[in-house]
Write a protein that binds this ligand. Structure first.
Ligand code: DMJ
Length: 661
């Protein structure tokens, strides 16, 4: 291309003489030598032009040949090693490359003898180094050959593990931003002082050890344990996962009880095995309260980062559940695909109030710990949406369709399907150091409607909380509803119109009713649901409501009532329940639920629920400890009894909160 461009810069007068040879390149026709051509100079010029053209062709052919030879002919230096010894095999091309460099230096710079000597020395030392490396490699190879097969296998395994570890480190989660640790008060022994109480507390600790050791032996890594069959167990709330639900749920109880070896064992399992990239469809609610709640509590109590990191990894997996037209999450989500759906049995494809309404505590802590506003925004969105909706009689129905944003069946319950929604309104306020007054107001309004429409006194004088179903009150109370005694007591302080005394009294009445439901059975353990109808009070009627599955709610209420009143009857009632559990639910492989609390010869359901270790045994232990252990001014227990510290947010603004925006 160069000649063509140059031609444009040649002065016109010179172009006449010199440019013809370049004409073909500039696209003009070559003048030809025709017979009878009269102009001699022109003739000669034409001949010269043809010669030049041919020369040019030859030259370009030659260049093409050289170009081809340079790239396509084999590199001789590579074959050189075959002519030399082992050293040359290990140091291919070194000679030829260095020779080339050396000679080019001589040609270009005219390097003298001195330099040449220095280069030879350099080459020599390089050669020595390579020789030494070679010797060492040979030596190592010889040593390897001397080792046994097992030793070699072990070495390979160690190296493999190291590579995997390094990879994990490289691809692992980014460290979370450091945040000020909330003030942790009362992470101490809580020795009750008097020997009798201490003995009872030791017994509860022993029960915990039996439950844990049995799970450790027969169900390790599975979600739960079958204590009769002595093998692992799981339910549909965990999909087909094996995520060690019992380990995660039990951790903080182990810690509080001072079972540190067991705690470390659980921590190690979590570190090595707890993986959420599993193709399992899990309950968003259950995974939140048991896993995220359990991991966060373990983190706050022990300060071990691994728990925080795992909690955040899991929370990320739950977020796709919120991708619904309304932002009300699906009940279930597949941890791998992120696809969500609702329970088939729920009214009109609805999500459940107690499920989407029981995320607030954990999600606010997640935002606090990560600086990621997404969690906080998701739960605040739910709250805002609910605030805008009409409520029949001021009550919240249990079902809400996440596609349409409309209520399903008008059923209201403070037990199953509704319970912890109310609990979390109160606890959101407590957890915010009582600054989240919107939550408190929502709680107060809801409780007022519940009192008006659902709470009644039986003919025998027992206060009970019934269920609202399509415009009428069903006079039935579930074991689950018994938690409300503790909730009323916890919410007494700060209630409107100075009704603290009233709510503490209401808590005491519910505790009493629930104790009656235990006391009126043969086993002194409470049934799943009990009626207040036609002369029957606090007893189960239907066979399928007579079971006890190691639930905590009644003991939970005893503990709250104990903390607020120190009335010894609560410790007494708790001890009755503990003895009954030990007598009727304990088996050699752990603890099992029973199918009929009215039968002196009950059959077992063969499940040791993870909440038995997380809640039932923890509340019992706290009941026989001093109030210094996890004081309620500083800790708020999530609905699975996992203690989370109060966030003193007076001078901290959560990312994504109103004030920041
Ligand atoms: C626990 O998983 C939680 O307390 C939940 O809120 C409902 N009840 C079970 C145990 O009964």
């Amino acid at each position: 291309y160069k000649p063509y461009h140059l031609s444009h810069h040649i002065p016109v007068h010179r172009q006449n003489m010199t440019t013809p040879a370049l004409l073909p390149l500039s696209g003009r026709r070559i003048p030809t030598l025709s017979p009878g051509a009269s102009s001699f100079p022109h003739h000669r010029a034409t001949l010269r032009l043809s010669e030049k053209f041919i020369l040019l062709l030859i030259l370009s052919a030659f260049i093409t040949l050289c170009f081809g030879a340079f790239f396509f002919l084999p590199d001789n230096s590579k074959h050189k090693r075959f002519d030399f010894g082992l050293e040359d095999v290990l140091i291919p091309h070194i000679d030829s490359e260095k020779e080339a460099r050396h000679s080019s230096r001589q040609v270009i710079h005219g390097v003298g003898d001195h330099d040449e000597h220095r280069h030879r020395e350099e080459e020599e030392s390089l050669r020595d180094k390579i020789r030494a490396d070679h010797e060492r490699a040979l030596q190592e190879a010889k040593e390897k050959l001397r080792k046994s097969k097992e030793e070699l296998k072990a070495e390979i395994q160690t190296e493999k593990t190291k590579v995997v570890e390094d990879l994990k480190k490289k691809d692992g989660p980014k460290p979370l931003p450091p945040v000020p640790m909330p003030k942790l008060v009362g992470v101490k022994d809580g020795d009750p002082g008097d020997p009798d109480t201490k003995e009872k507390r030791d017994k509860i600790r022993e029960m915990m050890k039996h439950a844990w050791d049995s799970y450790r032996q027969y169900g390790w890594g599975h979600n739960e344990l079958k204590p009769i069959a002595k093998k692992g167990h799981s339910t549909n709330i965990f999909g087909n996962s094996q995520m060690g639900a019992t380990i995660v749920d039990a951790l903080d109880t182990l810690y509080i009880m001072g079972l540190h070896d067991e705690f470390k064992d659980g921590q190690e399992w979590i570190k090595q095995n707890l993986d959420f990239s599993v193709n399992a469809e899990v309950s968003v609610f259950e995974v939140n309260i048991r896993f995220i709640g359990g991991l966060l509590a373990a983190y706050y109590l022990s300060g071990q980062e691994v728990f925080k990191v795992k909690a955040v990894q899991l929370a990320e997996k739950l977020l796709p559940a919120f991708n619904t037209p309304t932002g009300i999450p699906w009940a279930m989500v597949n941890l791998k695909s992120g696809v969500g759906r609702n329970w088939g049995w729920a009214s009109a494809g609805s999500s459940i109030l107690a499920e989407f309404g029981t995320l607030h505590m954990e999600f606010v802590h997640l935002t606090y710990l990560t600086g990621n506003p997404a969690y906080y925004q998701k739960v605040m969105h739910i709250r805002k949406l609910l605030a805008k909706m009409d409520r029949p009689n001021g009550l919240y129905p249990n079902y809400l369709n996440p596609r349409t944003g409309r209520w399903g069946q008008h059923h209201t319950s403070v037990g199953g399907l509704g319970d912890s929604f109310y609990e979390y309104l109160l606890k959101a306020w407590l957890m915010s150091d009582k600054t989240d007054t919107e939550a408190r107001k929502t709680y107060d309004d809801a409780i007022e409607a519940i009192e008006r429409h659902l709470i009644r006194k039986s003919n025998g004088g027992l206060t009970f909380i019934g269920e609202w179903k399509n415009g009428h009150l069903e006079r039935k109370m579930g074991h689950l509803t018994c938690f409300a005694g503790g909730m009323f007591a916890l919410g007494a302080d700060g209630s409107p119109d100075d009704k603290a005394g009233h709510y503490l009294q209401l808590g005491a009445e519910i505790a009493h009713t629930c104790h009656e439901s235990y006391d009126r059975t043969v086993l002194k353990l409470g049934p799943e649901a009990f009626k207040f109808d036609s002369g029957l009070e606090a007893v189960a009627v239907r066979q399928n409501e007579k079971y006890y599955i190691l639930r905590p709610e009644v003991i939970e209420t005893y503990w709250y009532m104990w903390r607020f009143t120190h009335d010894p009857k609560y410790r007494q009632w708790g001890w009755e329940a503990a003895q009954a559990i030990d007598k009727y639910c304990r088996v050699s492989g752990g603890f099992s639920g029973v199918k009929d609390v009215y039968s002196s010869n009950p059959t077992y359901d063969d499940v040791q629920q993870s909440f038995f270790l997380a809640e039932t045994l923890k509340y019992l232990y706290l009941l026989f400890s001093s109030d210094e252990l996890l004081p309620l001014e500083n800790w708020v227990f999530n609905t699975e009894a996992h203690p989370l510290p109060v966030l003193h947010l007076g001078n901290i603004t959560l990312p994504g909160s109103e004030t920041q925006r």
